[in-house]
Design a protein around this ligand. Structure first.
Ligand SMILES: Cc1ncc(COP(=O)(O)O)c(C=O)c1O
Length: 375
């Protein structure tokens, strides 16, 4: 699905020097590379504060802790997401309130959000799934109306722009009270291990999150609040500084691949190409098609036999996962989400796809459909 080695080879000299530089400096934890990356990411995003941490899941957890959410508080998010979003809500003994997504954009449906609001709702977590922003204009309106916090899960959408009705735009993750991202290696901005960050424009939330990420410490060995140990390694920060300079070109390469897939599949019976929301740019963390009239797992097997990888993100929605099933939810509760889980398939998407590879992928998908599609 990705070719991280080929991507590394293009910046190998710089990365090798930077990694060795950290080793030689012995500033392994919270060294100047971490501060340098933080400043550069703030400038890229136009965010007042970036708080680096150990991974995207921790970023979500730290955001919820910094907002002071208490056991029993309700947090609304999509059932069609990576489990991490719901996991931290449950881990903090908050109540995940799962809802439907828009069937076209795969993102949180603002109308479903409104219906799910109760007096116990304290936060909403829009997930910018597959690389384009949820309807943040509508979601921020709900936030103002009901006084609830917004934590953007922007693990898959770093670099995407959201366009507001007034003509202004903001980077994904910089609109709500917090944005939370992941630098997992396969992400659009990935390091060579785990990494993550929170963004916020609110000074006191930034201060709290920074303390929580470092054992609740205000100054060395003084702990004013309960925290966690969640730091971005200096080596990862050094790698990310180099890759951040490439991020816009990485996004452009992904968008080019998406245009080629669109051209191949836009009028193709049995496949629906990803819908672009006019309010957001799409940074194509994933290129996800909706299939019909075929056995999707047979397509995957066929593609694998031709050395073409594919993935199903996600085969089971959160509300039907064993760990999250409760009296609250049963099969059939979220027909849009359940239908998407039965139909979606993602094709290889990365910065190093050659036109030969793209041609092969497209040809093999078409070959499978020509033999197996039933209208
Ligand atoms: C939507 C979403 N949220 C959260 C995460 C968690 O990030 P991490 O794997 O860095 O903990 C991921 C990444 O895997 C993700 O895709």
């Amino acid at each position: 699905m990705v070719d991280l080695l080929a991507q590394y080879e293009k910046v190998q000299k710089e990365i090798d020097e930077a990694v060795l530089g950290v080793i030689r400096s012995s500033a392994y934890i919270n060294g100047p590379e971490v501060k340098g990356f933080q400043d550069e990411l703030e400038a890229y995003l136009g965010a007042k504060h970036v708080i680096p941490c150990a991974n995207g899941t921790d970023a979500l957890q730290i955001a919820m802790m910094a907002l002071g959410l208490q056991p029993g508080d309700e947090v609304i998010t999509a059932s069609f997401t990576y489990v991490a979003t719901a996991e931290v809500i449950a881990l903090l003994q908050l109540k995940p309130v799962l809802i439907e997504v828009n069937p076209h954009t795969f993102n949180l449906d603002p109308e479903a959000v409104r219906k799910a609001i109760t007096s116990k709702t304290k936060a909403i977590v829009p997930v910018h799934l597959f690389g384009q922003c949820a309807d943040m204009g509508a979601i921020m309106e709900i936030s103002r109306q009901y006084g609830v916090y917004i934590i953007e899960d922007t693990a898959q959408a770093i670099g995407a722009d959201y366009h507001f009705n007034d003509g202004t735009k903001s980077k994904a993750g910089t609109i709500g009270h917090f944005g939370c991202t992941s630098f997992f290696p396969s992400k659009n901005l990935g390091c060579y291990g785990d990494g993550g960050a929170l963004y916020t424009n609110i000074d006191d939330l930034a201060q709290k999150a920074r303390e929580i990420a470092n054992h609740g410490q205000t100054k060395r060995y003084y702990h004013d609040r309960i925290g966690v140990n969640s730091r971005l390694d200096s080596i990862q920060a050094a790698i990310l500084r180099i890759k951040l300079r490439q991020l816009d070109s990485y996004i452009a390469a992904r968008q080019k691949v998406a245009v080629a897939y669109d051209a191949a599949f836009s009028d193709f019976p049995g496949l629906e190409i990803p819908v672009r929301d006019p309010k957001s740019t799409h940074v194509f963390h994933q290129y996800t098609l909706k299939s019909m009239g075929i056995d999707r797992f047979a397509l995957q097997e066929y593609l694998a036999s031709k050395n073409v990888p594919s993935m199903v993100y996600y085969p089971v929605p959160v509300h039907l996962q064993k760990a999250y099933r409760s009296e609250q939810y049963k099969e059939g509760d979220f027909p849009i989400t359940e239908n998407l889980c039965e139909r979606v398939i993602s094709l290889p998407m990365h910065t190093e796809l050659s036109s030969e590879q793209l041609d092969l992928i497209i040809e093999e998908v078409k070959n499978f459909f020509s033999k197996n599609y039933k209208a």
